[in-house]
Ligand binder design. Structure first.
Ligand code: SF4
Length: 319
């Protein structure tokens, strides 16, 4: 297959059924940069300076995001990029990704902040395994990470917190929220449209880029990233949605983009429909849509499990 851009006869490296194109290496790399540049401008139209915090796990998405942001914003006067990595305490996994995250920051000359569940919350994801926190350690791991990322970004006085969510991730989240009958949660997804004291607005500049194109971009530009997979990834609640979405995209190219457009169209209709803009957690003071936030609720479950090891070991406790 040849590149479909006018006048180009190079071999294509990627097929994009959703766009009706196949692109050669140089047109593909340029198109990723351009799509991310436009998306960044759309999500942050007037970036005048300040700290741009970037969540960096060390995997392909966040490593690609940091590299692209360094390219797009690195020279902009008054803008300071700071990468934040959260160590969840997942044995046999986080050590490798942390090393790759450090390598990348050194290579790009980006300041790097590391925070850990153990030091900040007194627990780890490993401790949530086998404890009934919504059936999978991912439930607690995800919300704890979100809290720590926000806390670190807030302490840096960041104007935005950039997350490495790609098109697939975001389309899965839209589908999950719709299928679960929780459309109000579409407002809580990145990119944020609201400002709330204590909550650094999250953005997702990789929103228009499909997951496999992020991978291809990282591989072609030799961005160092860790290929390992979290040992608990098979238990993540979104796996079913990932499979369904792949099948939909295969049969109906453009489904993922359509889901993101659906969110954009629904958002104005959601004003006043259920909890959207968060309040404050009565326990930790962080943003929360209920009285006690989910991160604190999960910490209570962990504490309860620690104090009642026999109940949880025999599986007769309900958490
Ligand atoms: Fe945490 Fe689950 Fe992601 Fe592993 S797969 S890092 S447990 S959210």
């Amino acid at each position: 297959m040849r590149c479909s851009r006018g006048g180009c006869s190079e071999a294509a490296v990627v097929d994009q059924p959703y766009a009706g194109e196949h692109l050669c290496r140089s047109h593909f790399l340029a198109s990723v940069r351009e799509r991310v540049r436009r998306e960044l401008h759309r999500q942050v139209p007037r970036l005048r300076g300040g700290v741009m915090a970037v969540a960096l796990s060390g995997g392909k998405d966040s490593a690609t995001l940091l590299s692209l942001l360094q390219e797009l914003l690195g020279d902009r006067r008054g803008v300071r990029l700071v990468a934040i990595t959260i160590d969840e305490g997942i044995s046999g996994y986080r050590g490798g990704t942390l090393e790759k995250a450090r390598d990348l920051c050194e290579r790009l000359g980006v300041e790097h902040v590391v925070r850990s569940f153990r030091e900040e919350l007194g627990t780890t994801t490993e401790e949530a395994v086998g404890v009934p926190t919504d059936g999978s350690p991912c439930a607690a791991c995800g919300v704890w990470r979100r809290v720590l990322l926000n806390r670190a970004a807030r302490e840096l006085q960041a104007v935005r917190l950039a997350l490495g969510f790609n098109l697939d991730d975001l389309a899965q989240t839209v589908l999950m929220n719709l299928v679960r009958g929780e459309p109000h949660r579409l407002r809580q997804m990145a990119p944020h449209r609201f400002h709330h004291p204590g909550l650094v607005p999250r953005i997702a500049p990789l929103a228009p880029i499909p997951e496999r194109e992020v991978y291809l971009y990282a591989a072609l530009t030799e961005i160092p990233f860790d290929h390992s997979r979290c040992p608990h990834a098979d238990r993540a609640g979104r796996n079913l949605f990932r499979d369904v979405l792949w099948r939909l995209e295969d049969g109906l190219p453009g489904t993922r983009h359509a889901l993101l457009r659906t969110r954009e169209r629904i958002l104005p209709l959601l004003d006043g429909a259920g909890p959207g803009v968060p309040g404050i957690c009565l326990e930790c003071g962080e943003a929360s849509s209920g009285g006690i936030c989910r991160p604190c609720t999960y910490l209570r479950v962990i504490r309860h499990a620690r104090e009642n090891p026999f109940v949880f070991a025999t599986g007769s406790g309900a958490g």
